[in-house]
Design a protein around this ligand. Structure first.
Ligand SMILES: Nc1ncnc2c1ncn2[C@@H]1O[C@H](COP(=O)(O)OP(=O)(O)O)[C@@H](O)[C@H]1O
Ligand SMILES: [Mg+2]
Length: 336
């Protein structure tokens, strides 16, 4: 039987280039080489494409991709997880792993994720949406009416609507980059400015006090939902440092929580995936509020971290799908 020509695209133009390389190397080391002929494609931070084996620049990306049977974009963040590269594959009619254009862009943009989740009736932290344009801020209400305010006025408006501590996030971000926790007015002001470096759309959320849990989803139509894992960040919250540079951050699989809660989370993970029109795979993240045991959805990651110790593959391993089989299943889902 002829081998399937599989392109693994990694690196990428986002702030998560290094994370992507780690995920991709793990995947490449676990691919069934009897079945797949692997083409490693590295995208630099500047957006140049390289044939990783030949160590040669790909001059004509479209021509190169046309030769492949299927691709797995192992990319995180902008230009990889946000629907842009998915759009390129669509144009080429090239099957690819994971979510399509719409689900990818909705999942990447925290403001639009919130809007869809709200529509789906999923409980989430209270939030405010602002946009920066030149030196001005626009406060955008729930009906998308805009009001031009100074940073000072924006801060006041947010404080009058939601409580501290608050999380300030660039709408398009990942790996906690550009995200900060503010405990007071001064910090809020400062962190709005920090977030605006990464994106002109900014979201400010009320902080949820509780536990952080995650759930893996796999499939196109009939989807499989894993058990639940818990994140125990070494920091006050799951910051970039806590995610990648602090060995004291740990994950616990399965999470030590009531079965009833597990089932609720699994149900909501499925609902969230369907709500954004997800395909292939996603990891859905939640908070369990300490005081009330209420479940708040935080976000959906359409291309979650994929090293062999990452939460997504670990959750599915626990469910009974070993890492190698998982990769094979994801590629098969792309081909159907
Ligand atoms: N509303 C919130 N309440 C409590 N903690 C939060 C909240 N929002 C974010 N966090 C903390 O910040 C981390 C990063 O935020 P998140 O929205 O998941 O961004 P990213 O897409 O970069 O992972 C979370 O893992 C969590 O620890
Ligand atoms: Mg997150």
């Amino acid at each position: 039987m002829e081998k399937i020509k599989l392109g693994i695209v990694f690196g990428g133009m986002s702030t998560e280039n290094e994370v992507s390389v780690k995920s991709a190397m793990s995947i490449i080391n676990n691919i069934d080489v009897e079945k797949y002929e692997v083409y490693k494609i590295y995208i630099t931070k500047n957006g140049e494409w390289f044939d990783y084996n030949k160590n040669k620049k790909i001059e004509n990306v479209m021509e190169y991709l046309k030769y492949l049977d299927v691709v797995f974009p192992v990319l995180h963040g902008l230009y990889g997880e946000d629907g842009t590269i998915q759009g390129l594959f669509e144009l080429l009619r090239l099957p690819y792993a994971g979510c399509k254009v719409l689900a990818s862009s909705v999942g990447m943009d925290k403001v639009y994720t919130k809007i869809i989740f709200e529509k789906a009736g999923l409980l989430q932290a209270k939030y405010e949406y602002i946009r920066k344009y030149k030196d001005k801020y626009f406060y955008i209400n729930k009906s998308f009416d805009e009001e031009c305010l100074s940073l000072e006025e924006t801060t006041e408006r947010i404080i009058s609507n939601i409580k501290f501590p608050m999380y300030i996030k660039p709408s398009n971000s990942g790996s906690s980059i550009g995200i900060n926790k503010a405990k007071n007015r001064e910090e809020l002001k400062k962190y709005i400015e920090v977030a605006s470096i990464y994106d002109n759309k900014i979201i400010v959320e009320e902080g949820i006090v509780g536990r952080e849990v995650e759930c893996a989803v796999l499939g196109n139509e009939d989807i499989l939902v894993s058990g639940v894992g818990e994140i125990k960040p070494a920091d006050d919250y799951y910051s970039y440092e806590a995610k990648y540079n602090n060995k004291n951050s740990i994950t616990e699989i399965p999470a030590k929580i009531d079965n009833e809660l597990v089932e609720k989370i699994r149900e909501q993970a499925k609902k969230a995936f369907k709500a954004i029109d997800g395909k292939g795979l996603s990891r859905v993240d939640f908070f369990i509020e300490k005081e009330s045991n209420k479940i708040y959805i935080n976000e959906i990651n359409t291309l979650p971290g994929f090293t062999n110790i990452s939460m997504y593959p670990k959750l599915l391993e626990e469910y009974g799908i070993p890492y190698k089989d998982l990769i094979d299943r994801i590629i098969k889902l792309a081909l159907t």
